[in-house]
Design a protein around this ligand. Structure first.
Ligand SMILES: Nc1nc2c(ncn2[C@@H]2O[C@H](COP(=O)(O)OP(=O)(O)OP(=O)(O)O)[C@@H](O)[C@H]2O)c(=O)[nH]1
Ligand SMILES: [Mg+2]
Length: 284
């Protein structure tokens, strides 16, 4: 990724085409975002896809992210017409209980229409989002049992899957999708750090330097505390300090950049720095 990240495999184009057919059969959309970079998870392709359906934005993995960023984005998205937004940790059992009343509110008119005609039709929602943001984990949380496959890498869900909830709602799980031209390279790098783009196509050293530059700027104390280092003047010298401190060196005393960079990315993904967000938006 020294250069550009461009990642839109053929199966995603197919998935998007299937989703635009399927959207006609649902009453609303549950749009899952990774709280560590919620704005970067907004897929421009989804704007057309969602048409005028009500949207519940779920800022998921809120347990890993900077609360001030999550709250700022929550307020921003909740203000959109016909939308609501919540913060969530989907790995914690029962947290998604708040979703049912919101779904009912967002689909109020539809429910009234069904009641008037005495139709017993379940509410249907489609769950969408970039790969690895936690869509399937959220659905399992709503079910109370594991009905969909989950995993800590992009592309775990392969095809669409309908899941019926005890309250009668029907939820459609979809594979994570990106968009054809990730022109904004900051967004692309953030999506790589979130695990939405597979590591194989990414230059991990470049990605690690990008991460260090953000953490050094916005969360300097967390970086110092994590590695017990003095920050350098720029991200490269900070990375050197981290490697020296860890004794990640190769023969001859040179720095083992591959090992150091892989460790820093892993530390971020496992939230070992503390609660960090890559999209820096907040009330000042
Ligand atoms: N800490 C934390 N981890 C989460 C949360 N939600 C999901 N995860 C983890 O994120 C990883 C991805 O979860 P999935 O549910 O498979 O994500 P997905 O969006 O369905 O992914 P694809 O099917 O590949 O698009 C798993 O390791 C989950 O345990 C959350 O709220 N907090
Ligand atoms: Mg999935």
């Amino acid at each position: 990724m020294a250069n550009k990240v461009n990642w839109f495999p053929g199966h995603m184009a197919k998935t998007l085409a299937q989703m635009s057919k399927e959207i006609k059969n649902v009453d609303m959309v549950i749009y899952v975002l990774d709280a560590r970079a919620p704005l970067s998870c907004l897929n421009p392709k989804f704007d057309d896809l969602c048409e005028n359906k009500p949207i519940l934005y779920v800022i998921n993995k809120a347990d890993l992210a900077d609360d001030s960023v999550s709250l700022y984005v929550k307020n921003m998205l909740a203000q959109k017409d016909n939308c609501d937004c919540i913060l969530l940790n989907s790995t914690q059992s029962g947290t998604s209980k708040i979703i049912e009343p919101i779904m009912k509110k967002l689909c109020e008119k539809k429910i009234q229409k069904y009641e008037k005609k005495e139709l017993n039709i379940p509410l249907r929602a489609m769950v969408i989002g970039v790969p690895n943001c936690g869509k399937s984990t959220l659905i399992n949380n709503m079910c109370g049992i594991k009905k969909t496959k989950t995993g800590d890498k992009a592309g775990v869900t392969r095809g669409k899957q309908w899941v019926a909830l005890k309250n009668g709602f029907e939820i459609l799980d979809t594979p994570g999708t990106l968009w054809p031209n990730l022109e904004d390279q900051d967004v692309a790098k953030k999506l790589c750090l979130l695990g939405s783009i597979r590591d194989e196509i990414v230059d991990m050293n470049d990605l690690s330097l990008y991460l260090v530059s953000i953490v050094q700027k916005y969360y300097p104390t967390l970086l110092q505390q994590r590695y017990g280092i003095v920050l350098g003047e720029d991200s490269i010298s900070t990375l050197d300090n981290i490697a020296q401190k860890k004794h990640f060196l190769v023969k001859g005393g040179d720095i083992d950049y591959d090992r150091t960079c892989a460790m820093i990315i892993d530390d971020f993904r496992k939230a070992r720095f503390g609660k960090i967000s890559l999209d820096q938006v907040r009330n000042v």
